[in-house]
Design a protein around this ligand. Structure first.
Ligand code: SF4
Length: 102
């Protein structure tokens, strides 16, 4: 049987954790918060396109749309995001961090 005092402590601990999480989100710089919101909650990457030799064209059959790191946009042709590379990412793009089957 649960002790009501333990439940109060648990609830207090949960509220404390929620407050910390809310504070961490508020502490994100505005571009970070915008990227998080536009990616449906998944954090967008921070690596530069240049560092990973990102290009707007696929490399053979390898493209962002079939990469495990891709966060799809609103539809199949819309730019999305990437959990590795910063900025808008074309579903037809490619970079050195490609992780897919193509
Ligand atoms: S190919 Fe590169 S830029 Fe495209 S989704 Fe994969 S890791 Fe991101």
């Amino acid at each position: 049987m649960n002790d009501p005092f333990d439940l109060r402590l648990s609830r207090r601990a949960l509220l404390r954790h929620l407050a910390v999480a809310a504070g961490a989100t508020a502490a994100l710089p505005l571009p970070g918060r915008a990227a998080l919101a536009s990616s449906g909650g998944a954090p967008a990457g921070t690596a530069s396109k240049a560092a990973l030799q990102y290009q707007d064209q696929p490399r053979g059959t390898s493209a962002c749309a079939n990469c495990a790191n891709f966060i799809a946009g609103e539809d199949a042709r819309a730019p999305g995001h990437c959990i590795i590379v910063a900025g808008d990412i074309s579903p037809r793009g490619w970079c050195l961090a490609y992780a897919g089957n193509g």
